[in-house]
Design a protein around this ligand. Structure first.
Ligand SMILES: Cc1cc2nc3c(=O)[nH]c(=O)nc-3n(C[C@H](O)[C@H](O)[C@H](O)COP(=O)(O)O)c2cc1C
Length: 184
């Protein structure tokens, strides 16, 4: 199965990149998924600019067609994301809004980070978005409070707790991914 890791923050100097690199190294070491690394800063989607509702899949822009093909090819997702003002990252929401059926019955997980809440309010705010699109979230979530304390020279060093939960997330994505594939 193919797992897409999505970096959901696009700011210069974002913490999302080192956290995402840690996630990538753990998924690679685990070895059970083929990887697609989707950094939303590199992908550089504009604000959703399709004239027709995405459920019709009548995309008119090359960036939408490319994003659709990539998401379509993935069997599972990990979103590495901050919370901004107690809500989700707008870049991540925009990337979701571009598409529709491509998310249907796909397993997703969040690695969130921030201050005291570990980004959990941002993930909670995202609940109506992915549920209306038919994606299914893992029970395990990696939540990283006070993330800046765990970053030095651009490298994120997790605690044992975060690594243990990420391993649970990877296992859950595999089992959910197998079950949901049958439903698609
Ligand atoms: C616009 C903005 C809003 C923020 N809002 C929150 C917040 O609601 N809760 C929180 O814990 N941290 C918040 N922070 C702090 C972020 O957790 C911290 O800056 C983190 O590095 C952001 O992720 P990023 O570097 O990947 O963009 C906010 C940061 C920014 C830039």
């Amino acid at each position: 199965m193919k797992l897409m890791i999505v970096i959901g923050s696009v700011r210069p100097g974002r913490v999302g990149l080192p956290v995402g690199e840690w996630v990538r190294s753990e998924v690679e070491a685990d070895g059970r998924f083929e990887l697609d690394w989707a950094d939303l800063a590199e992908i550089d989607l504009p604000w959703m600019d399709e004239p027709k509702h995405p459920s019709l899949r009548q995309y008119t822009k090359p960036h939408t067609i490319a994003w659709s093909e990539r998401v379509d090819a993935a069997d599972a997702f990990i979103f590495v994301t901050p919370e901004y003002n107690h809500s989700y990252s707008p870049a991540l929401k925009n990337a979701f809004d571009f598409l529709n059926n491509e998310w249907w019955r796909k397993p997703i997980a969040f690695v969130s980070y921030g201050g005291v809440s570990g980004g959990s309010r941002g993930v909670a705010a995202f609940d109506p978005v992915y549920t209306t699109l038919g994606a299914v979230k893992t029970t395990a979530n990696v939540e990283i409070p006070f993330v800046s304390k765990l970053i030095s020279d651009g490298v994120f060093t997790p605690t044992e707790k975060e690594t243990a939960i990420l391993h649970k997330v990877i296992a859950e994505l595999e089992s959910l991914g197998t079950a949901l594939k049958a439903l698609r």
